[in-house]
Design a protein around this ligand. Structure first.
Ligand SMILES: [Zn+2]
Length: 117
């Protein structure tokens, strides 16, 4: 597709001129939208996009909500796993649980890092 190269160039140009990438996607083509000053544009369709949802702070709000919901889930899973480890006698299974714990702790750490941003 020749249009792809064009849109990538437009994206780069927008970023160079200080545009920020949004969490919203173009309703037409699904590519990420960019905001420059008060204008939201789709680099692929090369046109202005009006986001129907009110307010400009939607990403922050829904993002922090999502993260805290993920955090709750991860904490729940961690608790579940550690309870199972306690009742486990099979060392091989314990090892598997250990790997799971490490993986979920890693997820938790990533969520926490994102919450600080
Ligand atoms: Zn588009």
């Amino acid at each position: 597709m020749s249009g792809d190269k064009e849109s990538i160039k437009r994206m780069a140009d927008m970023l160079k001129s200080g545009a920020t990438m949004l969490f919203e996607h173009c309703p037409q083509c699904g590519s990420p939208l960019f905001k420059l000053q008060d204008e939201i544009r789709c680099p692929k369709c090369d046109k202005r996009v009006v986001i129907v949802k009110a307010g400009e702070k939607i990403p922050d709000f829904s993002r922090s909500e999502l993260l805290s919901s993920v955090e709750t889930t991860v904490l729940y899973v961690l608790q579940e796993i550690s309870e199972r480890v306690r009742g486990e006698k099979d060392v091989l299974k314990m090892e598997a649980y250990g790997r799971m714990l490490a993986m979920w702790l890693d997820v938790l750490e990533k969520v926490k890092k994102r919450q600080q941003v």
